[in-house]
Write a protein that binds this ligand. Structure first.
Ligand code: GLV
Ligand code: MN
Ligand code: MN
Length: 472
């Protein structure tokens, strides 16, 4: 082929030509499909008249939706909510489901010591660093079925799309299902990717980390079939350069794409998250007999600190600073007993790391002064993580933009306010993220929803982006 086209257009041209020899996909065909329009643009003639036996960059939307729905049934709470917590029975079944789908996509599957799952499609230059994509399938209590899942099942489908198109990767393509992006069980977010990125702090912490039932991380991992050997968690660390690029597909978890009618969000940066655990200890006592001036109420200290978090966040003066007290436990949790212990977990984030750190300092000052004023003890103020933000790689942003353009999909550059495994993959690989619209921006709630058409668009953009990056 001696046409003088830019490399990315050549790729599309190659994909379009190779479509002439592929098989049809379960009858799914949409003449408004932007990929078909793209085919027409490049081939110069109407797709329907001359290629009636072929498909475009075809996403098997029906099957993908079926997989999303099936995966959602592995849940500890009733539909439409999904609850799937690390190393529980439902998590283990869901992992098996994903490995099976990877196998059906022709990927060779392996797992590491904490259960990050990798499915590889070998490129024709297998010694080059692979290009990877992936996300998570764990789900916080009473959440929805799209968060993370779209980036795992969608990425496997992107591989299917490329295979069907006849594409042959130069660099291997690898799909990763990360272990425990959500902090639900052990209070540690992005556990799998954080460890892959080589966090010594996490490696150390995992030796002693327990869940709220006092089950250790190691025992929980072993019960799910991982961490079998002593000291093998270090083997999860990735070397820098292990991947040439990493791209994650995810629902936006915010309302902008839907509101503005835009198909694809191209993430330029991920905001900096932090989480803090706080314990107050007070005197407790009888709710009737202990008079108000004599109380050291750990519950009220927690309530006051929760309001202080809100105040410090507002005082930052930026709409980008956020803070949430998502966990507040009282002990002994009896209506007629003054709380003798309280436990809070505070999540605070900002796109500006320094500003977020100032908020953390102020929260600490408030915790100390509230304890003093109320005569309770600040038994713990533990910053669990205080992560910097991450920037997407410019060349991956360009690849995602050109993929969107070639598919005739509208796109916009945006910041991710939620964190993702990409935050940690950015430490070991150039990183990029593709967002798709979700209903009213709902996420971390059962009403979370994305149209399969929007998911399919994301899968196509991902497929073309991976293809481009693989040929570099
Ligand atoms: C991810 O689930 C987040 O809380 O941002
Ligand atoms: Mn989430
Ligand atoms: Mn997620």
């Amino acid at each position: 082929m001696s046409l003088k086209l830019p490399p990315s257009l050549m790729l599309i041209f190659y994909v379009v030509l190779s479509l002439c020899s592929i098989y049809a996909v379960s009858g799914y065909k949409d003449v408004d499909d932007p990929a078909i329009r793209t085919m027409e643009e490049f081939s110069g003639y109407p797709f329907d008249e001359t290629h009636s036996n072929t498909q475009s960059l075809s996403v098997d939307a029906e099957n993908l939706q079926k997989q999303i729905d099936e995966l959602a049934t592995f849940s500890d709470t009733p539909a439409p909510s999904v609850t799937r917590v690390l190393y529980t029975e439902k998590d283990v079944i869901a992992r098996r489901y994903i490995k099976n789908i990877m196998g059906l996509a022709g990927l060779s599957v392996r797992e590491d010591a904490v259960g990050n799952i990798f499915g590889r499609w070998e490129g024709y230059e297998p010694d080059l660093a692979p290009v990877a994509s992936g996300s998570h399938i764990d789900a916080i209590p009473y959440s929805g079925k799209y968060d993370g899942v779209v980036g795992v099942l969608g990425a496997i489908e992107a591989i299917n799309v490329l295979r069907r198109s006849g594409f042959k990767p130069k660099r291997s393509l690898e799909i990763i299902m990360f272990t425990s992006e959500e902090p639900t069980r052990f209070g540690i977010s992005c556990l799998g990717s954080r460890l892959m990125a080589g966090s010594e702090m996490l490696l150390k912490a995992l030796e002693t980390t327990v869940d709220n039932q006092n089950i250790s991380f190691i025992d929980a991992a072993r019960s799910a079939g991982y961490a079998q050997e002593e000291n093998d968690l270090r083997s999860v660390f990735l070397k820098k350069g292990s991947y040439a690029a990493f791209v994650e597909l995810h629902i936006e978890q915010g309302p902008l794409l839907e509101e503005e009618g835009i198909s694809v969000g191209i993430v330029t940066a991920i905001a900096a998250p932090a989480s803090i655990k706080v314990d107050f200890k007070g005197g407790g006592g009888h709710a009737g007999a202990v008079l108000m001036p004599h109380r050291n109420d750990a519950g009220l200290a927690a309530a006051e600190l929760a309001l202080a978090v809100e105040k410090h966040v507002f005082d930052s003066g930026s709409i980008d600073t956020v803070g949430t007290v998502g966990i507040l436990d009282l002990h002994p949790r009896a209506i007629n007993s003054i709380p003798s212990k309280s436990h809070l977990e505070i999540d605070t984030r900002d796109i500006d790391e320094e500003r977020r750190n100032k908020v953390i300092e102020k929260i600490h000052e408030s915790a100390v002064s509230i304890a003093k004023k109320r005569g309770v003890r600040l038994a713990e103020f533990n910053i669990i993580n205080q992560d910097p933000p991450a920037l997407s790689d410019v060349s991956i942003i360009e690849a995602m933009k050109s993929a969107s353009k070639e598919l005739n999909l509208t796109h916009k550059l945006m910041i991710s306010r939620a964190y993702h495994d990409s935050l940690f993959m950015a430490r070991v690989s150039p990183m990029g993220m593709i967002f798709i619209p979700c209903f009213k921006g709902y996420s971390h709630r059962p009403e979370e929803f994305s149209l399969i058409e929007d998911i399919s668009n994301g899968v196509k953009v991902l497929a073309l982006t991976l293809a481009q990056l693989s040929l570099k």
